[in-house]
Design a protein around this ligand. Sequence first.
Ligand code: 6PG
Length: 243
Amino acid sequence: MIEIFDESDGVARAVAEDFVACAASAISERGRFSVALAGGSTPRTAYELLATPAFATRVGWDRVHVFWGDERSVPPTDAQSNYRMAHEALLHRVPIPAGQVWRIEGEREPVEAAAEYEIILRTKLGQPAILDLVLLGLGDDGHTASIFPGQPVVHEAIRLTAAASAPKPPVHRVTLTPVAINAARRVSFMVSGSNKAATLARVLEGPRMADRLPAQIVAPIAGDVVWFVDRAAAAGLRTTASG
Ligand code: 6PG
């Protein structure tokens, strides 16, 4: 499903509303909500909105468990840290118990950090490890999380996490694999800006080639995937849906 909004603020608002709805449903059905946050810059506005009373008061934060879709191999205080971005924009502004925020330890060697995170995911989510919601962005090269073109992790079929390499700094990363992402009950992409238009069209409407466009590997086994995009990012699409 693709929802198109005039501006990126519309994308942020829709992502925040979707988060609230997913949380309410998960908590009502299973007593808790497990979500993997996206990194990069696009999600910041959505996280800041989620922290406002209009949204934050509608989430049962004491039942929320936060994970990450990926992390750069930098300390949590680093300006490039996905944890730091989410902490500043959202997590330190809402009453989520600190023991329910499960960051990827970017300060550790990536293979070790990935192995540790694998244990955390399997311990906290059970078997199979099912996240209620995975938030993802889209890079202009077709990557998502830290699954980059030409990287073997796009074909990972067993592990939930992996050390990854990016073509741009920070090079070393830890990422959820397609196994963790596609086990989710819902995957929400957020894409804005004209610089993403050509890639979004290739990902959604072009030939399947996940090695070169890793975002194409996202196909939840039992869950659904929704694309929240702005009109600038949707400019290259043949099919457009109203948002
Ligand atoms: C990261 C993200 C990455 C991001 C895309 C889009 O750690 O950088 O996980 O996958 O979502 O690169 O980034 P922007 O939102 O900044 O365009």
